[in-house]
Design a protein around this ligand. Structure first.
Ligand SMILES: [Zn+2]
Length: 259
């Protein structure tokens, strides 16, 4: 399985991301944490967005994937019977290195904070190779983490089975969960974005080859991060107004407003 983890990470690296195994995946362990990241200045964000979102061009946008039981390749995840996949947890943040230290990743997933006065949990690792590594939440972390943990696997299954894009898969998922009526008119997801980001070829469609779950997850996380002002923070559906907002907001759907 470690071979497969490495192959999947190599695919993410070939797609232009920085990859790393943060924890475990040792000889006897198939559980662990991987990190996929990209430097903020690769994302093509406008300066005012970077300022509003408190990210610097030299920092990294990082997605951590925690495989709590064992690493599951994409083809097994999409065919699994479980509605969700409780063994994969996601966490997004920013870091001044392409991957955080294991302890920082652990703190990120447990939601714990560093004990006061212990800003650096691994001083011995703070050598020249890891100067002042810090993994921090983004303003959108709680919304995006929850979306990834709850919806990524169900959305991937819907995409796989029905050949939809992420936005339309989300519509189907909302209906399945009883969170919106199936006749509800939503804005056409093919409406041009206010800004076009180059997110690379859609890896879900690479059906001819073995596909990498970490790469697909990173494409989703990056997409919802760079386009966060175009989507509702709660239901993650495209907002129907083309507002020139700098901060994401919540749509007028009663369920989004109430939650
Ligand atoms: Zn909403």
């Amino acid at each position: 399985m470690l071979q497969r983890v490495r192959r999947d990470l190599r695919k993410a690296r070939d797609a232009g991301y920085k990859v790393g195994i943060v924890d475990a995946f040792g000889k006897s362990s198939t559980s662990g944490i991987v990190s996929i990241s990209t430097r903020i200045d690769n994302l093509g964000l406008p300066l005012e967005a970077m300022e509003a979102w408190d990210v610097k061009p030299t920092e990294y946008f990082v997605l951590l994937l925690h495989f709590e039981k064992s690493y599951d390749p994409l083809e097994r995840v999409v065919t699994s019977q479980a509605a969700t996949h409780p063994e994969i947890k996601f966490c997004v943040g920013k870091c001044n290195k392409f991957k955080p230290l294991p302890t920082q990743a652990f703190y990120a997933f447990t939601g714990l904070h560093y004990p006061p006065g212990e800003e650096d949990p691994e001083p011995e690792a703070n050598t020249s190779s890891h100067p002042n590594t810090k993994f921090e939440k983004l303003f959108i972390s709680s919304s995006l983490d929850q979306f990834m943990c709850d919806s990524f696997v169900p959305l991937l299954k819907i995409r796989e089975n029905e050949g939809l894009d992420w936005d339309n898969a989300n519509e189907i998922l909302r209906v399945k969960l009883g969170l919106s009526g199936d006749n509800q008119q939503r804005p056409d997801s093919h409406v041009a974005s206010t800004r076009d980001y180059d997110l690379g070829p859609d890896h879900v469609k690479d059906v001819a080859d073995e596909r990498s779950l970490p790469l697909v997850a990173m494409q989703v996380a990056t997409r919802y991060f760079v386009k966060c002002t175009e989507y509702c923070l709660r239901c993650h559906r495209r907002l129907d107004k083309e507002l020139e907002a700098l901060r994401p907001y919540v749509c007028t759907d009663p369920l989004s407003v109430a939650s």
